[in-house]
Design a protein around this ligand. Structure first.
Ligand SMILES: Nc1nc(=O)c2c([nH]1)NC[C@@H]1CN(c3ccc(C(=O)N[C@@H](CCC(=O)O)C(=O)O)cc3)C=[N+]21
Length: 290
């Protein structure tokens, strides 16, 4: 049986460490870090994730500011709120929860966030800093994946890391981090990749961030591989009170027979993303208050 990469447990350890630091700040008479969250519209999954982020803030003693807007808000109005948060000294960091309604440009909104306060690590400046000696704020999900592997002492140097999914928010930055800090040899696959299995079968470390339940089956994985599943898709499950369950991209039941380490879904990368968001907010606070 493989070792479970228990993101829930590691995230809880990280939150404990952050909480200790916040107590220290408060005992020095300083205010707590303050995270603002902008959410647009009424998508159920988005609200669940945001609620998770708020609960995490509470658990470490951070202050938080929730801003909820109707899905009809104009891009101009939304950008105005971003501008206000950029210049608000009481806010250390903020995020604009994705997805946004179609009439709003994600790129324009993201790029208007002041990089020092961009605790998702989505801006071009923070993205570029991955390959700089002077790293700024790391993209939260990739950072969470790297931290999870570090805390289980998973060796990455010289290994072949295959990433499936080349999004700007997860796959692409993760490829850079795996190359730079991880010193791995990276293959980045995307929807145009021919014969996906021929790549995944060679992976010492396989990271999947697509959002397609069942994409990775047991035949596509090498014996002894480290498997990290970033996917979280809601699939209908009427046996649950909620009417759905969360599914990753990896067929856990069969792939776990072959893997040496594997993340569960839920309880793997999701909680690590939230822990990274808290770490980034603490860093933003410390950097802007020193
Ligand atoms: N600006 C922005 N930043 C994000 O970081 C961001 C975003 N937009 N849009 C959506 C995705 C998705 N995402 C998740 C975070 C936590 C869990 C998580 O904690 N999941 C739990 C289960 C949560 C549940 O019960 O549904 C788990 O996997 O164990 C999942 C998904 C952040 N995202």
């Amino acid at each position: 049986m493989p070792t479970l990469l228990d993101g829930k447990k590691v995230a809880s350890d990280i939150k404990q460490e952050i909480s200790t630091r916040v107590d220290e700040l408060k005992s020095q008479g300083r205010r707590a870090p303050n995270l603002a969250i902008i959410i647009v519209g009424d998508d159920g999954a988005s609200h669940t994730y945001v609620n998770g982020k708020i609960a995490a803030c509470k658990s470490v003693g951070f202050d938080f500011t929730l801003m909820h807007f109707a899905s009809t808000i104009s891009e101009e109005k939304l950008m105005k709120h971003v501008e206000n948060l950029n210049s608000d000294d009481d806010i250390d960091g903020f995020i604009v929860q994705l997805p946004l309604p179609e009439h709003i440009s994600v790129e324009r909104v993201t790029e208007s966030i002041k990089p020092e306060k961009d605790v998702d690590g989505f801006t071009n400046q923070n993205f570029g800093s991955i390959v700089s000696k002077n790293q700024l704020i790391m993209p939260a999900t990739p950072f969470g994946v790297m931290e999870l592997l570090r805390r289980y002492d998973v060796e990455t140097e010289g290994k072949h890391c295959v990433i499936v999914g080349a999004s700007r928010l997860v796959g692409a930055p993760l490829g850079m981090m795996m190359t730079e800090e991880g010193r791995a040899t990276v293959t980045l696959c995307h929807k145009y990749t021919q014969d996906l299995a021929s790549h995944t079968k060679n992976a010492d470390i396989l990271i999947v961030a697509v959002g397609k339940p069942g994409l990775i089956s047991e035949e596509m994985v090498k014996e002894g591989a480290v498997v990290v599943d970033v996917g979280t898709t809601r699939v209908v499950d009427n046996s649950r009170k909620s009417g759905f369950r969360l599914s990753g991209d990896v067929d856990f039941a069969t792939v776990s027979e072959k893997a040496s380490f594997i993340t569960p879904v839920p309880g793997g990368v999701g909680p690590m993303t939230i822990a990274s968001l808290l770490l980034n907010t603490l860093k933003a606070y410390e950097d802007q208050h020193s």
